[in-house]
Each structure stands twice: as structure tokens, then as C-alpha cells.
Ligand binder design. Sequence first.
Ligand code: PRT
Ligand code: ZN
Length: 283
Amino acid sequence: MLKIAIQKSGRLYEDSIKLLKECGIELNNGNKQLKTVAYNFPVEVYFFRDDDIPQYVYDGVADVGFVGENVFLEKGKDIDLVYRLGFGRCRLSIAVPKSMTYNTINDLEGLKIATTYSSLLQRFLTEKNVNAEIHEISGSVEIAPGIGLADAICDLVSSGSTLFTNGLKEVEVVLKSEAVLTANKNLSEENKNILEKLLLRINAVKTAKNNKYILLNVPNHQLKNIIAVLPGMKSPTVVPLAEEGWSSVQSVVNENVFWDVIEKLKRLGAEGILVVPIEKMII
Ligand code: PRT
Ligand code: ZN
């Protein structure tokens, strides 16, 4: 039985539960309990505060944990980062009052910076050869300059609206972060196997999201050229249409090149292009 720790409530909760569900893991409705068990996959899910997850994974209370990379790195526990999950994206940034003149990082010299991420901030400042005073506080970091508690802050940012409404501007990015899957370094053979199966599923879900299935009608004289622009998994499927001189072509296209490929297909005379989401993709 693999014990998975996820955030009890907060920004990572929904996406963590959704990912498990997309992996076909059905949880007994254990909302707000300490833990719940899946009835169709050998995992138990524990709900913790995000800050506690690295410690619990290190101690073996949980075998693996879904947690923000920012928390994983700040805590500095000797656990493995196994997989980048792609949700909960944000950045840890330094911000100063809008009215302050800021040209280079040296403008932080001698300032008092409030943060809950003192170890990541310290590492960043040391790397940049800047001496600043770090003032560790536990919450509402963004109000610190306004109430005279600090000159600057270092906090998580996603849309930037919290900084904006508090009269602050982002001046340095300390870290770019997303949710990651972390694991204890001493998993049993049984749990390593379960984790491998879980990763296969997570990968299938993630790959599917980055790809689309497309179907199109193609005049036969352009088939060769059209096949050349379709990346596909191996090579596209080609089926003759009832109408003479036409074929139906089916393929998989990656999100990154999607519009580029569609434009080329249209230029080559493709018609009736259908785009279908893929649920899982195993390669
Ligand atoms: O109770 P618990 O300790 O578990 O929760 P928490 O309150 O400590 O964490 P939570 O739920 O706020 O965040 C969990 C994780 O989500 C973080 O560790 C990050 O990895 C990730 N994440 C992604 C964020 C944000 N985006 C984010 N915007 N965490 C926090 N914020 C906060 C930020 O601190 C600031 O107050 O949102 C505000 C800024 O947002 P914008 O959109 O105004 O820029
Ligand atoms: Zn927290």
C-alpha cells in the first residue's frame, strides 16, 4: 500500500484530487478526514498542511507527497523530486513599494525583507552577493511594507494582483515553482512498483493533455505532402473515403505545434478538420 500525502485544503487540493481521479484512482469519499483509501488501486491518501508534507515524506509517515516545489525546496528535506506535476504554478519573487526607485539587485542592499521563505531568500541573496536583513513572518507578508515592518517582501505571486493592491512591484524572481511529486528515499520494493504504476498513469494523463487527435479529409494527390507535415505517433492512419479521389487521415498533434500544423494542412487542401481531446495516451 502506497501512502500519498496531499494538501488538506488550499490551492493544491482540487488539482491533486483531480489528477488522482484522472489516473482512475477512486477514493472513498473521505473529505476532511485524516486519510482515505482507494478501492481500485493500492494507495491510501493522507490530507496534511502543505508545509508538513516534506517532513512527513522524510519520516515515512507518507511514502510520496504532492507539494509545491517552493515548499519542497524551502524545507530542504532529503527526499526525492520524482515528477513535475504541472499545476499550482507560481513564482517566488521579491517586491518593493511602487514608489521606490529600483534599477539593479544592489538596490536591495541593507534593506529589511519580510518573507515566509527565509532559506530560499537567503540562498538567493548570497548567490547575488547582496546583504539584506531577512525578517521571517508567518502570514500576510504583502502588508509588511505598508505597516512599516519591512522595506520589501519575498512572496509567492501568480496573477500579481495581490502585489498591485498592496502598492508593490515585482523586481526579482527567486524561483519558478509548480506542484511536484516527492518521494521517500527508502521505499519498499512493493511501494516502488506501485509508484511506477502511478507514474505511468500520471504520464499518460499529462501526455494526453498536451496532444490532440485530428481527423481530416484530404485529396489523394496531396496525401504525400499532408503526411509529411503530420508528426503522429508512428505514421498517420489513412482510410479511403466513399468519394473517389479523397481519403480520411487521422493523427495525433502536439499542442505546441498545433496551429502551425493546422495552417499547413489547410494550405495543402485539407477539409473537414475535426479536433478531438485525448483522454489517456500511452507511448
Ligand atoms: O493550510 P496550508 O498550509 O496547507 O496552505 P497554505 O495557505 O500554506 O498554502 P496555499 O493553499 O495558499 O498554497 C499552496 C501552494 O500553492 C503553494 O505552496 C504554492 O506552491 C502554490 N501556489 C500557486 C500559491 C499561489 N499560486 C499563490 N498565488 N500559493 C500561494 N499564493 C498566494 C501568495 O502567497 C499571495 O498571497 O496568493 C497570493 C498571490 O496571488 P496573486 O494571484 O494575487 O499574485
Ligand atoms: Zn502552508
